[in-house]
Design a protein around this ligand. Structure first.
Ligand code: MG
Length: 388
């Protein structure tokens, strides 16, 4: 199963004005991602997704170059099924032979950041190819599934205190979700205003609904601790990215100060970053993004680390359909998984890029059993929104 070509396309899909939202990242005028396509000489096509930003935004030009001209170019002519070997080569570069012989890493300079996003997109496409070639879903190749479906939570929640309850209740009405996530943090101005929005949400929704709060890493340590104290009575399911990913000691300090579970990981890379979170006892929940952390191969390592540390796994799934489908494959098989994120912002890359849908029924989502990722990419959509 020889690789004929590795192509990458930056997709930028405009969001209609009445569907845009504003967060600490700014006004969301478009949804962006980088689509990876690997063709084999025997006619199979695998797809992956790589991200230059954790949310809607991100300039894909550098990522396209990395995927097509650097990492992908090395794969042409090689066997697509050698996924772990390709991962080692992309990560270790010219010293791969040392890494493989000696059993420890010899990484190239790009051991974090866009290079790992690029590896993620290629890795997902290789798993998609392998599954298709054998006629089985990826979860089957990862050891089989330990669950047939999962709870999904609705992710959104930008409204002010006066209307946050109504906004979140609207999500529940749409999919029967049992839990909803709202944004808090610096966009609110201060911890007190964020806490008042959480209080308003709990009052409106009542006690039966899970509420998560996501600060996008924007509080400092003291503000985050103040926020935890102010929302102590509102039974949060988790508090996500209280501080920047660069402040692991701060995150550990916040966790030690509260019994609200702390979640993080959407903007960090590889098992090594997740190991550091675990060793610092900084989080209760790992949130790897499959299009950022190193793909399916690396997410399985992160999932193993999670279960060994009694840390739960809730992948970051705000992105396109390919990243979402890859996340579902991991959640099907990883013992530590327990819920999936379902974005409720306007998300054309989730709903219009592929023919398949991911229906949420009674707040749960089925694990698909189609071969590979189980997706059919719409070529007209790709043509319409390609920018590089
Ligand atoms: Mg988040």
């Amino acid at each position: 199963m020889k690789i004929r070509s590795v192509k990458a396309t930056w997709l930028e899909v405009p969001i209609p004005e009445d569907k845009q939202h504003t967060s600490d990242f700014g006004r969301m005028r478009s949804f962006n991602t980088v689509l990876v396509r690997i063709d084999t000489e025997d006619g199979l096509v695998g797809h992956g997704e790589a991200k230059a930003g954790v949310g809607n935004l991100g300039d894909g030009k550098a990522l396209v170059t990395l995927i097509q001209d650097e990492l992908g170019a090395q794969l042409v002519g090689q066997d697509a099924r050698r996924i772990a070997g390709h991962w080692e080569e992309m990560y270790n570069g010219s010293r791969t032979h040392f890494a493989v012989e000696r059993g420890h890493v010899f990484p190239a300079l790009g051991r974090r950041g866009l290079t790992i996003s690029a590896i993620s997109g290629i890795d997902i496409a290789l798993w998609d190819l392998l599954g298709q070639s054998l006629g089985v879903p990826i979860w089957q190749l990862l050891g089989g599934k330990c669950r047939d479906d999962l709870a999904a939570y609705a992710s959104g929640g930008w409204a002010p205190a006066e209307s946050i309850g109504e906004q979140l209740a609207g999500y529940i009405e749409g999919g029967g979700f049992g839990a909803v996530k709202m944004r808090v943090g610096s966009a609110d101005g201060d911890a007190k205003t964020s806490a008042a929005r959480v209080a308003a949400a709990r009052k409106y929704l009542g006690d039966g609904v899970g509420i998560m709060a996501d600060a996008h890493g924007t509080f400092d340590c003291a503000e985050a601790k103040r926020f935890c104290r102010l929302v102590a009575d509102y039974d949060l399911a988790w508090f996500e990215e209280p501080v920047t990913a660069d402040d692991i000691p701060g995150c550990a300090e916040i966790r030690a100060s509260t019994d609200i579970p702390i979640a993080a990981g959407e903007s960090i890379f590889t098992r090594f970053d997740f190991r550091d979170l675990a060793l610092a006892r900084a989080v209760d929940i790992f949130q790897p993004d499959l299009a950022i952390c190193g793909g399916i191969t690396e997410a399985m390592r992160i999932a193993a680390l999670a279960t060994a540390q009694q840390i739960r796994l809730a992948p970051h799934m705000w992105g396109g359909a390919i990243m979402f489908a890859a996340g579902l494959q991991i959640c099907a098989t990883a013992p530590a998984a327990f819920t999936v994120e379902y974005s409720l912002g306007h998300n054309p890359l989730m709903h219009d890029l592929v023919a398949e849908t991911f229906p949420v029924r009674g707040g749960r989502i089925d694990v698909p059993d189609r071969p590979g990722l189980g997706l059919t990419i719409d070529p007209d959509f790709v043509r319409a929104y390609s920018v590089a």
